[in-house]
Design a protein around this ligand. Structure first.
Ligand SMILES: [Mg+2]
Length: 249
């Protein structure tokens, strides 16, 4: 047994089966103490919504947190995001300019303040208006030399974030910082917004048994030996996958 970098999505991946979560926590806690394994949560949740879940489910204190669609990385419990990652995201990002351009689109409704971040501007956008608005908005943003991407999900949420930002690249940033090779890195997820975690590099990946159709479809279209589709759901699927890859006994 040696140390590894453990990265997991929270909702419906790590969290969803309380009994299995308690078991997995025990394994991870012990591994961290004995071998220096690092635990990272990668979630679309903002800091406020993450704290809520952490308290509710008694999550282990992570070594790093990747929040807000990969735009913020917090290491070792620091209250401020990692400045080196922020620096990578900065070129071509101008929050005020983005907000002023979006003001020309009456269909866009700003999400609550807690979801507005330094490197993320978030709106509600009704599905019916989405195609037209996204096309025009993307063109307007690029005309202003902004290096951004638009992520539209669940038929209602629009996030505008730096082009170089996603959960997968954030994991790469951490694995380089902490000097973990790909074979000692494992990511776990259940849905479409976790594809970025699996799509970067050749690290190991665990797709939990309750994965959503969009992730399963991606997995079927991009099969490889590095990714394992678990039979069990949530944390129980993670334990199954960690054993499959030999990270746990
Ligand atoms: Mg999830």
């Amino acid at each position: 047994m040696t140390q590894f970098l453990f990265v997991t999505d929270l909702d419906n991946t790590l969290v969803g089966d309380d009994k299995a979560l308690a078991q997995l926590n025990e394994h991870l806690q012990q591994h961290r103490q004995e071998y220096g394994t690092k635990i990272v949560y990668a979630t679309g949740r903002s800091p406020i919504l993450y704290q809520e879940l952490k308290e509710q489910k008694n999550l282990l204190e992570p070594d790093a947190l990747i929040l807000a669609v990969g735009t913020e990385i917090y290491t070792h419990g620091s209250p401020t995001p990692d400045p080196d990652w922020s620096q990578i995201l900065s070129p071509g990002w101008d929050r005020d300019l983005i907000v002023s351009i979006t003001a020309n689109f009456p269909d866009l409704v700003l999400q609550p303040d807690s979801e507005q971040r330094l490197f993320k501007v978030s709106f509600f956008l009704p599905q019916l208006a989405a195609a037209t608005v996204l096309r025009k908005l993307e063109a307007d943003l690029h005309k202003s030399n902004l290096n951004v991407k638009l992520i539209y999900s669940s038929g209602q949420d629009l996030d505008i974030v730096p082009r170089s930002s996603d959960k997968g690249r954030a994991v790469q940033f951490l694995s380089q910082k902490w000097e973990f090779v790909a074979e000692k890195t494992v990511v776990c997820g259940d849905s479409g917004n976790d594809i970025a975690l699996f799509a970067v590099g050749v690290g190991r990946g665990i797709i939990v048994g309750n994965a959503r159709p969009e992730l399963l479809q991606w997995h079927n279209e991009n099969p490889n030996d590095y990714h394992y589709l678990a039979k069990n759901v949530c944390a129980s699927g993670i334990i199954e996958g960690l054993k499959y890859f030999g990270f746990l006994r």
